[in-house]
Write a protein of this length. Structure first.
Length: 237
C-alpha cells in the first residue's frame, strides 16, 4: 500500500466538472488500497480575481469591488449547485458562504481604511484555496469516499515574513504526521488547501513557490495531473 500526494492546480479544479473528474481520480487510487492526500489550488483565476477585488477596495473603487465580489460569489455558488445535493449541499454551502462573507467584510474594511498590509493580504488570499478544498472534500463525500477538509494552518509551519514566508520543514513534517496520519489510518482522504492559512503570531502565508508540498519522508510518492489526466508519479527524495 502506497501513500500518494495528489496535487491539483487551478485548471484541474476550475469548474464543477473538473472537480468531479479530479475527485474520481482520487477515489480510483483510494479503491486500489492507496492512502491519498489531496492538495488543491483555488479555482482557476480566483486568486487573480481576489487580488483585483482587494486592490479596488484599497483604492476606494466601491462599484468595482462589489462587482468583483458578486462574480466571486456567483462562480462558487454555481459550482456548488452542480457538485452537491441535499444535506451535503447545505453543509458545504454554509461553510463557503461564511468564507465569502468574510472576504466581503475584509473588503468593506479596506474601502474605509484605503490600505492593505501584507498581513491583510495573507489573511484574504488563501480563502480562495479554502473554498476550493471544501468543495473538493464535499465532492469526495458525494462519490462515497471520505473526504476531510484540512486547513493548512494545521499542517504547515513558516517563519513570520508576511507575503514571502519560508516553510519550517521539520515542524511541518511533524504537524503533517500528527494531523494527517490518523485520518489516513481511518481510510479518510485529507484535502489540504495549497497555501498556508491566515497568519498567527509566529506564522504567515507561504509564498507560491514554497506552498504546494507535503514533505518527505511523510509521503512516499507525489502525483500531479498531466494534460491527458493520467498523472505522473515520482519517488520522494
Amino acid at each position: 500500500m502506497s501513500l500518494i500526494v495528489m496535487k491539483f492546480g487551478g485548471t484541474s479544479v476550475g469548474s464543477a466538472e473538473r472537480i468531479r473528474q479530479a475527485a474520481n481520480i482520487v477515489q480510483q487510487h483510494a479503491r486500489r488500497g492507496h492512502q491519498v492526500v489531496v492538495v488543491v489550488s483555488a479555482m482557476s483565476k480566483v486568486t487573480d480575481l481576489l487580488l483585483s477585488i482587494l486592490n479596488c477596495a484599497r483604492l476606494g473603487k466601491r462599484k468595482e469591488t462589489e462587482d468583483g465580489l458578486q462574480q466571486l460569489r456567483a462562480r462558487h455558488e454555481q459550482a456548488l449547485n452542480e457538485l452537491c445535493r441535499g444535506e451535503s449541499l447545505q453543509s458545504v454551502t454554509a461553510e463557503v458562504q461564511a468564507t465569502l462573507d468574510r472576504i466581503q467584510e475584509f473588503c468593506s474594511a479596506l474601502l474605509l481604511l484605503g490600505s492593505a498590509t501584507p498581513q491583510v493580504m495573507d489573511m484574504v488570499l488563501p480563502l480562495g484555496e479554502q473554498i476550493s478544498a471544501r468543495m473538493f472534500a464535499a465532492c469526495l463525500d458525494a462519490l462515497g469516499a471520505k473526504g476531510v477538509f484540512i486547513d493548512s494552518a494545521r499542517v504547515l509551519a513558516t517563519d513570520d515574513k508576511f507575503g514571502d514566508a519560508t516553510p519550517d520543514m521539520d515542524a511541518t513534517r511533524r504537524q503533517c504526521a500528527e494531523v494527517l496520519r490518523p485520518l489516513l489510518e481511518n481510510k479518510q482522504i485529507p484535502v489540504v488547501m495549497v497555501t498556508a492559512a491566515p497568519p498567527r503570531p509566529d506564522k504567515s502565508r507561504l509564498s507560491d513557490e514554497a506552498a504546494p508540498t507535503i514533505p518527505a519522508p511523510f509521503w512516499a510518492r507525489r502525483w500531479t495531473p498531466t494534460r491527458s489526466g493520467s498523472g505522473l508519479t515520482s519517488m520522494a527524495c
